[in-house]
Design a protein around this ligand. Structure first.
Ligand code: URA
Length: 451
C-alpha cells in the first residue's frame, strides 16, 4: 500500500544514492519518491544511474524489492480487462540471445483461446528485445494507445506493445537507462522491471522464462532460481498464478540472431519448421500458457493442442492478423524479402576439424549489438537487418573450412569488430563433448500442475 509521505521527510536523490551506496536499507517512501521523481523527469539520468549501480552492487532486501515493484507498477495505469471472457495469460523472458519465443507464443496461445495482452521491452544489454524484433516488420506499431491495444486484443486475442506513458512508464525510462549503464544484472531490478509491466497488464496468469547460462543475466542455475522465486513470490502476492521455467541460455536459442532474422525464424516455427531447440521451448511454454489459461487440463495436453494449431496454420494466421491490426505489412510474414535486408554477408569458417564444444553466448549477443542490432548508447537507433546466422550448434561435428556462421552487416568497421568477437567465442574440441545441458532445467511455482 502506498504510504503518505510524512511531512517532515524531504526527499533528496543524493541521500538515497549515498544510503544505498553504503549498504543501507531504503524505506518505501525513499524508493517511491525516487521512482516518481524520475518518472516525472524531476531528477536526471546521472543520479538514477548512480543509484542503479549502487543497487547492482549492494542488492536489496525483499521489502525494498517489493516497494520498488509496487512503485514502478503504480507509476502508470493497471489495465482492467475483466470484460474479456477469456483468461488473460502472458509470458516473459528474463532475456537471452536469439530468444524470439514471444513472437510465436502470443499468436499461438491466442489461437487456442487464451487472451495475451503482452507488454514487452527493447534489447537490453547483450540480449535482444521483442519490440525491436516486431519493428523489423515494416509498419508494425508497438506504440499503440491503450484504446488501440484493447481493440487489437479484443479482435484477435493478442496484442504486443511496449511500456507507454500510460502503462509502466517508470520501467520505460529505467529500462532504457539500465540498458546503457551496465545496470541490468540485478535480480531485484529485473524482478521489478518485469513484474511491474506484467502486473499492469490485467493478467490472470504468467509464465516466466528465466534464462541461465553464458548468455543469460543470471549465469548460474542458483542465481536464476533466486530470481525465479522472487518473481513468483511477487506475482502470488498480487493474486496471480505464476510459474517460472528455468531454461538454458548457454548457447543462442535457434540459429538466427538479429531483429529481422529472428522474425523469419519465429515464422518458421509457426509453420511447423525451424530449429529443434526453439520449437521445443515454444511448445513447452505454450503448454504452460494453455494450462494456466484453463484451455487444457495438463501441460502435456497444452503442448499437443499447440502442435495442432501450428499444423493447421491457425497460429500463423493469428500472427498475420495481429501484424495487420498493428499496422504491419502482413506480406512480410510470408515473404522474408519484404523484411529489411543487410547489404553484405561474410562467412566465418571452422579453423579445424572437430566438434563445437561451446559458444560464448553473451559474446554472440554483443557481436550482434556491435553490428547495430542493439544499442550502445540511449540515442542509438537499431539496424533491423543485421545479425548472425549460426550453421552449427554445440555438439555438432565440423570440418576445417566448413561454415560456422554467417554475419549480415551494413558497415565494414562494425563487421570487423563483430567478427573478431564471434571468432573468439567459439571453442572447437577434438572429441565430442559429453556434457548435455537440458533445455528446461526446472520449474518453479505452486501451480498444481499435472505435467
Ligand atoms: N526483461 C525485462 O523486462 N526487464 C529486465 O530487467 C530484464 C528482462
Amino acid at each position: 500500500m502506498s504510504q503518505t509521505p510524512p511531512t517532515t521527510q524531504t526527499f533528496r536523490a543524493i541521500d538515497v544514492i549515498r544510503k544505498k551506496r553504503d549498504g543501507g536499507e531504503l524505506s518505501r517512501y525513499e524508493i517511491e519518491s525516487l521512482v516518481n521523481a524520475y518518472t516525472r523527469s524531476d531528477i536526471p539520468d546521472y543520479q538514477v544511474s548512480a543509484w542503479l549501480m549502487a543497487v547492482v552492487l549492494r542488492g536489496m532486501t525483499r521489502a525494498e524489492a517489493a516497494a520498488l515493484t509496487d512503485a514502478m507498477l503504480r507509476s502508470g495505469e493497471v489495465l482492467d480487462l475483466s470484460s474479456l471472457p477469456a483468461k488473460k495469460v502472458d509470458k516473459h523472458s528474463t532475456g537471452g540471445v536469439g530468444d524470439k519465443t514471444s513472437l510465436v507464443l502470443a499468436p499461438l496461445a491466442a489461437a487456442a483461446g487464451v487472451a495475451v495482452p503482452m507488454i514487452s521491452g527493447r534489447g537490453l544489454g547483450h540480449t535482444g528485445g521483442t519490440l525491436d524484433k516486431l519493428e523489423a516488420i515494416p509498419g508494425f506499431n508497438v506504440n499503440l494507445s491503450l484504446a488501440q491495444f484493447r481493440r487489437v486484443l479484443e479482435t484477435c486475442g493478442c496484442a504486443m506493445i511496449g511500456q507507454t506513458a500510460e502503462i509502466a512508464p517508470a520501467d520505460r525510462k529505467l529500462y532504457a537507462l539500465r540498458d546503457v549503464t551496465g545496470t541490468v544484472e540485478s535480480p531485484y531490478l529485473i524482478c521489478a522491471s518485469i513484474m511491474s509491466k506484467k502486473l499492469a497488464e490485467g493478467i490472470d496468469a504468467l509464465v516466466l522464462d528465466v534464462k541461465t547460462g553464458s548468455g543469460a543475466f543470471m549465469k548460474t542455475e542458483k542465481d536464476a532460481a533466486f530470481l525465479a522465486e522472487l518473481m513468483v513470490e511477487t506475482g502470488e502476492r498480487m493474486g496471480k498464478l505464476v510459474v517460472a521455467l528455468i531454461t538454458d541460455m548457454d548457447q543462442p536459442l535457434g540459429c538466427r540472431i538479429g531483429n529481422a532474422l529472428e522474425v523469419i525464424e519465429a515464422v518458421e516455427v509457426l509453420r511447423g519448421e525451424g530449429p529443434k531447440d526453439l520449437r521445443q521451448l515454444c511448445l513447452e511454454l505454450a503448454g504452460w500458457m494453455l494450462h494456466l489459461g484453463g484451455v487444457s487440463d495438463t501441460v502435456a495436453e497444452g503442448r499437443k493442442q499447440s502442435e495442432k494449431l501450428i499444423a493447421s496454420g491457425k497460429a500463423l494466421d493469428k500472427f498475420r492478423q495481429m501484424v495487420e491490426l498493428q499496422g504491419g505489412d502482413p506480406r512480410a510474414v510470408d515473404d522474408p524479402k519484404k523484411l529489411p535486408q543487410a547489404r553484405h554477408a561474410m562467412m566465418l569458417s571452422s579453423p579445424k576439424d572437430g566438434y563445437l564444444a561451446s559458444l560464448q553466448c553473451e559474446e554472440v549477443g554483443i557481436a550482434c549489438v556491435i553490428l547495430g542490432g542493439g544499442r550502445e548508447r540511449k540515442e542509438d537507433s537499431v539496424d533491423p537487418a543485421v545479425g548472425i546466422v549460426l550453421h552449427k550448434k554445440v555438439g555438432d561435428a565440423v570440418s576445417a573450412g566448413e561454415p560456422l556462421a554467417t554475419i549480415y552487416y551494413n558497415a565494414e568497421t562494425r563487421a570487423a569488430r563483430a567478427r573478431q568477437l564471434l571468432e573468439e567465442s567459439y571453442r572447437i574440441a577434438d572429441s565430442r563433448v559429453l556434457e548435455n545441458r537440458p533445455l528446461i532445467h526446472r520449474v518453479i511455482g505452486k501451480t498444481g500442475e499435472k505435467n
